[in-house]
Design a protein around this ligand. Structure first.
Ligand code: UDP
Length: 338
């Protein structure tokens, strides 16, 4: 009998890559997704890669009736909670939506888990919980002071998980703080499929390269960084997916709460990413310098030592591989999953 894992948001960019790794490791996977920012076709691609299907439910986590049904129909060994909304600028305009989908939905999920005695949870958090006051490289014990609604919605969910473990030590929880996941599965079958004009750097570059967008605007070139453009810690989404499986396996045996950064441990500037992409794709990327984007920090990256010490995990794929895989996905799917 295989162990069964629930993946919320399993059709999303990170969720889908994580489903592939879970299936490859030998777990059965149940996906719960409201497909608000993803397409059911993603899961057909997951099956194509893994050679096995996931069980799928289309429902919102806040729909208690459906959530109850999922937990009644399956005995889960653990839950990976990847569902959420993540556009930083949209969150500033619509905080209610972000607190509903990132906070209230998390609460509904852990309530259902508690009632069904499923106490093993891996939670998708974000490096944006650190905010301006932390020093780089960010260590997990740095103070949390997110400067955005999105970051606060993730921090609030983290706080609930801390309270949960304090109140009942039989919970096993891992909080994973992602840095900047990019790239795609090397098959080119699954990748990032943002709706509208992509707000993140890598999908924007991909759409310039394929000719869907005329140019990349580089937000700020007067930051106190080596070339003046913003510095972030990019990591390959397959590395990130492997990190989820390792974290899950770790918490199976370890009660309590573990918080880990998942990042490369080094920063790359926007211009470095552009150059690496040009090299991988063999074409030039049109760009122009534009004003800084509100809320952006100059530079941050992870101290990724703890994930290596605790899980034996580190990001193994370099920037060239991230660009090559992102570009393969874009070329094979110029219009995403449509
Ligand atoms: N960026 C940019 N142009 C874009 C999108 C992003 O110059 O069209 C920059 C952004 O200012 C930041 C970096 O690329 O320095 C990564 O941004 P992204 O939105 O991908 O991730 P974030 O770190 O903001 O979550």
């Amino acid at each position: 009998m295989r162990q069964k894992i629930l993946v919320t948001g399993g059709a999303g960019f990170i969720g889908s890559h994580t489903c592939v790794e879970l299936l490859a490791t030998g777990y059965d996977v149940v996906v719960l997704d409201n497909f608000s920012n993803s397409k059911p076709a993603v899961l057909d691609r997951v099956r194509q890669i893994a050679g096995r299907d996931v069980i799928r439910y289309e429902a919102d986590l806040r729909d208690r009736g459906n959530l109850e049904r999922v937990f009644s129909e399956h005995a889960f060994s653990g839950v990976l909670h990847c569902a959420g909304v993540k556009a930083i600028d949209e969150a500033q305009r619509n905080p209610i939506k972000y607190y509903q989908h990132n906070f209230e939905a998390s609460l509904a999920l852990i309530d259902a888990m508690a009632r069904h005695n499923v106490r093993r949870l891996v939670f998708s958090s974000s490096a944006t919980v650190y905010g301006e006051s932390a020093r780089v490289p960010y260590r997990e014990e740095a103070p949390l002071a997110p400067n955005t609604v999105y970051g606060r919605s993730k921090m609030m969910a983290e706080e609930v998980l801390h309270d949960l473990v304090s109140s009942d030590p039989s919970w096993h929880i891992a909080i994973l703080r992602y840095f900047n996941p990019v790239g795609a599965h090397p098959s080119g079958l699954i990748g990032e499929d943002p709706s509208g004009v992509p707000s993140n750097l890598m999908p924007h570059i991909c759409q310039v390269a394929i000719g869907k967008l005329p140019e990349l605007g580089i937000f700020g070139h007067d930051y106190p960084t080596p070339d003046g453009t913003g510095v972030r810690d990019y990591l390959h989404v397959v590395d990130l997916a492997e990190g989820h499986v390792k974290a899950l396996q770790y918490i199976f045996n370890e009660p309590g709460l573990l918080t880990l950064n998942l990042g490369n441990g080094r920063g790359y500037s926007v211009l470095e990413v552009v150059r690496a992409f040009e090299h991988a794709a063999g074409s030039r990327i049109n760009y122009k310098f534009a004003a800084r984007r509100a809320g952006d920090l100059a530079s941050y990256y992870a101290d990724a030592a703890r994930a290596n010490e605790v899980l034996g995990w580190r990001a193994r794929r370099d920037l060239t591989e991230m660009c090559r895989d992102a570009w393969r996905w874009q070329q094979q799917n110029p219009n995403g999953y449509e």
